[in-house]
Design a protein around this ligand. Sequence first.
Ligand code: SF4
Length: 309
Amino acid sequence: MADKKIHCEKCEKPAVYLDREREIHLCSDHLKESVENEVRRYLITKRLPKTLGVAFSGGKDSTALLKVLSEIRSELPSSIIALTVDEGIEGYRQDTIRAATETCLTLRIPHEIIRFQDLYGHSLDHLVSGSERNACTICGILRRRALEVLAQKHKITMIATGHNQDDHAQTTVMNAISGDVRKIFTGYEPSSWYAQRIKPFARVSEKEVTLYALLSGLFKDLSECPYAVSSLRGEVRTLLYQYEQTHPGAMRNAARCEEEIRERLGGTYQQELYKTCSICGWPGSGTICQVCMVLGKDTHLQNPMTKEK
Ligand code: SF4
């Protein structure tokens, strides 16, 4: 929070935020306006469909996104539907689902929930038992499919997610560490198969998103997912925050680096990457998709997620 004596660059109100990169102070109204304008600038580059799905976990990022979209909904050609996946994480998910339901009621946005237990026959807790350090990888694979099932049910061809600039920067570093260039395209499956993913906060920092949620009165101090603590993302996040302190702009540069690689290498490379799973018929990166591997549907294949046990 900025010093009380410091005023907004655009008006006389007290500043609540210092944009270190642009070296400007903003009051609450102008911070909100700045975030909403950034989302407008992003959405104007997309061909929005009749119905826009929003991946809505109930956490601060997706809550802020839903709020921005509800603020500018009269400008959009799309109606909005919030899509929530209940992975089945004891002691964490119940609260976020409750928060998500309340937010949708407040913003008057239709809400759909899908559960791992119903879709896969197991909760995430059950699936990762004994292999907790791989929870986020498994969760990501299964959640992507679950969202797609919801999208197909509602004929949704585009899904907006709450990923912000910091998330992108972390993903860039994590992908570089993994050494697997194909990971750059994970989550960007060909749109002929999957609903297209868009990230309206791609150029909005996590700090701005958090403040937006706080200032909108929708932020709820919910506990963090218990599996997040041991994740590589958590370590990379800490490292990048430290780096951003001494090198303002580092986060933005890392985020845009991957964006550019994807733009240059996308298209044909993506199409070559995806095959049809011989078990479930969904697209996957091999003859058996990752979902079937995680669920152990092919007993001849070792589940890659359990190798590191
Ligand atoms: Fe899933 Fe990991 Fe996020 Fe928890 S922290 S919800 S396990 S991706």
